[in-house]
Design a protein around this ligand. Structure first.
Ligand code: FEO
Length: 395
């Protein structure tokens, strides 16, 4: 039974749920658990912003009860219909019988499609529309594709508080609710962004442009930590990731059966490192793909390796290719490498895929037959060196 009360500003409370055991959030690796944030505004109209994932409705209601009887809720703001935020609405309209579900026209359409047979008491709001809560006012801003077409954010005008839904969110379970109380937020924020948001980078930039003149003191997302200090810094990180996320660094990823491609991968990494460019290396069978994807987003160059399995790239590399594609890697340098026994095929397939993803530059692939010789490893080292030099030249 939760007892803590987290007050963002007077009369605005965090009432979400913490999933300490979460390790996989629809494919996103979450080694530090997850959070579903909901917020309760106490005013003349009692208002709940978003709800929580399935199985956490009781935790949400228990937190609300530490502040007020849920039956007193007047408005439930539905900013985004994805079930990690909307799964509690059916139960809430039972315990809060006078509450209206405040959402966009599209939000209502999506909610009814997700929960057929439930007659939600909708109050439809427009982009830019406002809702008086008594002493304070909520303003709604449509931010389509951040992260679904119906997504909107809500701005509590008098407090300069932005409820940003998925934007600026991360998956992390923590006893602290604010980002300034937690040291290691960069990696979970980057993973969440690269896996869930980066594909929609252009809509994110549009949303940032749309809200750029709005004074904001607090950003309260629907996952993870709340931002109340150095807001400029977090907004700049989002702008960078949504425009050109690349840093002067490289990445080598590979999969192998008997170790030949691994030897090549390490020689390439050493070649990159010899130029002074930092270079991470990941075995695609050992590390979670969404962990690697965050590093791939910030890498200027990526060397993608696989041995040839029959005629194709070995399966772990094939499975990772969409993770690269969804980063929209148009400013990156790519190259394929790998070993084969007789027919080959892996590196030409990877090269085709990198080209189809519109990599800024795709180098000729590097193949090794059977086991790499000392001469082959020198070629790998030289390829890495070339990659490193290209990365340096780009900054
Ligand atoms: Fe947190 Fe797009 O849902």
């Amino acid at each position: 039974m939760p007892t803590e009360k987290v007050e963002l500003v007077k009369g605005v409370y965090w009432v979400g749920a913490i999933d300490w055991m979460l390790r996989d959030f629809h494919g996103l690796w979450t080694p530090r658990g997850g959070t579903y944030n909901a917020y309760l505004i106490i005013d003349e109209k009692i208002t709940l912003i978003d709800t929580v994932a399935p199985n956490f409705t009781d935790e949400l209601l228990d937190r609300i009860r530490t502040i007020i009887d849920p039956a007193k809720i007047d408005y439930i703001i539905c900013q985004h219909v994805e079930p990690d935020h909307s799964a509690s609405y059916a139960r809430l309209i039972e315990v809060a019988p006078k509450a209206k579900i405040v959402t966009s026209k599209r939000g209502a359409e999506y909610l009814s499609a997700h929960y057929p047979g439930i007659d939600f008491p909708y109050k439809i709001v427009e982009d830019g529309g406002t809702l008086s809560l008594g002493k304070r006012t909520l303003q709604f801003v449509a931010v389509p594709m951040v992260h679904w077409p119906e997504t909107m954010v809500s701005y509590l005008v008098e407090e300069q508080l932005l409820f940003s839904n998925d934007a600026f969110g991360m998956q992390i379970a923590s006893s602290q609710r604010f980002a300034d109380q937690v040291e290691e937020w960069y990696e979970p924020l980057r993973s969440y962004y690269s896996y869930i948001v980066r594909w929609n980078a252009r809509p994110v930039l549009k949303a940032l442009e749309k809200t750029k003149d709005v004074p904001i003191k607090i950003i309260a997302p629907s996952h993870g930590l709340i931002w109340r200090k150095d807001l400029g810094k977090i907004v700049e990180i989002y702008k960078r990731w949504s425009s050109s996320p690349e840093k002067p660094q490289a990445l080598v990823v590979y999969s192998t059966v008997w170790g030949s491609t691994r030897k090549m991968a390490h020689a390439i990494r050493e070649g990159v490192a010899s130029t002074g460019v930092p270079c991470e290396i990941f075995d695609l069978e050992r590390d979670p793909h969404s962990r690697i994807q965050g590093a791939a987003m910030e890498a200027k160059a990526i060397a993608v390796g696989a041995m040839t399995y029959n005629v194709d790239p070995y399966y772990p590399t094939q499975a990772f290719m969409p993770y690269i594609k969804h980063l929209r890697p148009t400013d990156k340098i790519g190259v394929a490498f790998g070993s084969y026994g007789w027919g080959g095929g892996a590196t030409s397939d990877i090269t085709k895929q990198l080209t189809a993803m519109k990599f800024g530059e795709v180098l000729d692939p590097l193949d090794v037959k059977w086991r790499p010789t000392e001469e082959d490893l020198k070629r790998c080292f030289e390829l890495g060196k070339k990659l490193g030099q290209k990365v340096k030249a780009a900054f």
